[in-house]
Design a protein around this ligand. Structure first.
Ligand code: SF4
Length: 347
């Protein structure tokens, strides 16, 4: 049995830009697309916490939605346990959906204000587990409330979302995700809206539940400090592409791509001796409708080489001398142009 639970193969997700009549006439009907995800290949292995990090607009949340087919791909395949999600019948998809759940960042928006906490947690079971009796569903809800630290569960069962704190609401969202006994949980910035004081507690809870429920996480975050706390492997996204992927140690101790290095250097550290080696590149992420030619990062890259980086798109390939898990997309760090890398040349 393959250890890949989810596999993305050459996946693109483009969103057509809708324009008004006049804009259409001026453009002579030329169709434009936002290239949110633009040809990515990677796998999420069973039992791991796979991090997906990058700035806002990099496409990471779109990847999360593609992983559980909340969105359809424009091109390529997303395989879940070896099965192409895009080729499944409605019934096959319904059967598969109980094996995958999602946690969004805003628990208040994720919960129906007119549903009690008990009803909210029970709801996915009504759809995906019709074989359970009402009594079995109630018992499962009470057990899950206990599992996520909402004790005594009977106290919280009949409350409404507005009657509990933000951190407790995220615990409810986590409990709701668990009721179908999923294998994969897509956690999209799961602690971003929680108070700083409860973030570590929520992460610890998620890791405890991972062991108890034998879960695999796709953990999406803009915050590399959070990713370091929980992830086994991490992929860095930039403008719809994965530009580096590796184990926790490879990404944090041996980053190769200048963007990864800049992101890491922007993470605050409590060490006054820490020097900023490469400040976060100036400028915004370029327009995903019309990405730059060559390496998409070249307009912001401090070591870009004219005539190479602005012409030739770098491939995501194994970093020379590192494990097969460590891939990067940079001409100067992985390929035939390492001699041009100012850091390597200067030793
Ligand atoms: Fe910078 Fe060139 Fe590497 Fe892109 S390929 S990250 S522009 S050095």
């Amino acid at each position: 049995m393959s250890d890949a639970l989810v596999r993305f193969v050459g996946v693109r997700k483009w969103f057509p830009v809708t324009k008004g009549l006049i804009a259409n006439l001026l453009d002579r009907g030329e169709k434009k697309n936002v290239r949110a995800v633009d040809g990515i290949t990677f796998e999420i292995r069973r039992g791991e916490v796979f991090g997906l990090a990058g700035e806002s607009g990099s496409g990471k949340s779109t990847v999360g939605r593609l992983a559980i087919r909340l969105l359809d791909v424009t091109d390529g395949q997303v395989l879940f346990d070896g099965q192409d999600l895009g080729a499944m019948s409605r019934e096959e998809l319904r059967q598969t959906r109980r094996r995958m759940q999602v946690i969004f960042q805003d628990p208040l928006a994720s919960l129906n204000p007119r549903m009690t906490i008990g009803q909210a947690i029970e709801h996915p079971a009504l759809i995906h587990l019709p074989e359970l009796s009402a009594q079995e569903r109630t018992q499962r809800v009470l057990t899950l409330l206990d599992d996520v630290g909402m004790s005594p569960p009977e106290l919280y069962y009949g409350k409404y979302p507005h009657q509990i704190s933000g951190g407790q609401r995220q615990r409810i969202v986590i409990a709701r995700a668990l009721i179908t006994a999923p294998e994969l949980i897509v956690a999209d910035e799961p602690i971003a809206m929680a108070d700083v004081s409860v973030r570590a507690v929520l992460l610890d809870l998620m890791m405890k539940l991972k062991e108890e429920f034998d879960l695999t996480y796709l953990f999406i975050t803009h915050d590399l400090a959070t990713a370091k706390y929980v992830c086994d492997r991490i992929a860095i996204m930039y403008l719809g592409e994965i530009i580096e992927i590796g184990t926790l140690a490879e990404i944090y101790e041996h980053p190769q791509h200048p963007y990864t290095r800049a992101l890491l250097d922007a993470v605050p550290v409590p060490d006054p001796l820490h020097r900023r080696l490469e400040p976060l590149p100036p400028g915004e992420i370029p327009n995903p409708i019309n990405p730059p030619p060559g390496c998409r990062f070249h307009p912001r890259c401090p070591i870009a080489v004219e005539g190479i980086c602005n012409v030739d798109p770098p491939q995501l390939i194994q970093v020379v001398g590192d494990s097969v898990d460590h891939l990067a997309a940079c001409h100067l760090r992985t390929g035939a142009h390492q001699d041009l890398d100012p850091e390597r040349v200067s030793g």
